[in-house]
Design a protein around this ligand. Structure first.
Ligand code: SF4
Length: 78
């Protein structure tokens, strides 16, 4: 599963949305979120993000590790 991190906050470029084959990247108030149950791990979103905000959950930088739960939590709250 891929994860959007804080680099997306107030950027929301949306290039990732264009690339995602399953439309699993959703818009929140200040950043985008990837639905963990819908992401098919294709990796297409990661290279198109202009601010490098998207990582595979296994490759999350330590300072952004909490964003795996933050992405999942966005959908749990809907
Ligand atoms: Fe969508 Fe693929 Fe990115 Fe998952 S890895 S969010 S399926 S573009």
């Amino acid at each position: 599963v891929y994860v959007v991190t804080d680099a997306c906050v107030d950027v929301q470029d949306r290039s990732c949305v264009e690339e995602c084959p399953v439309d699993c990247i959703y818009e929140g108030d200040r950043m985008m979120y990837i639905h963990p149950d819908e992401c098919v791990d294709c990796g297409r979103c990661e290279p198109v993000c202009p601010v490098t905000s998207i990582f595979h959950h296994d490759d999350l930088p330590a300072e952004a590790a909490r964003f795996a739960e933050i992405n999942a939590g966005f959908f749990a709250g809907l």
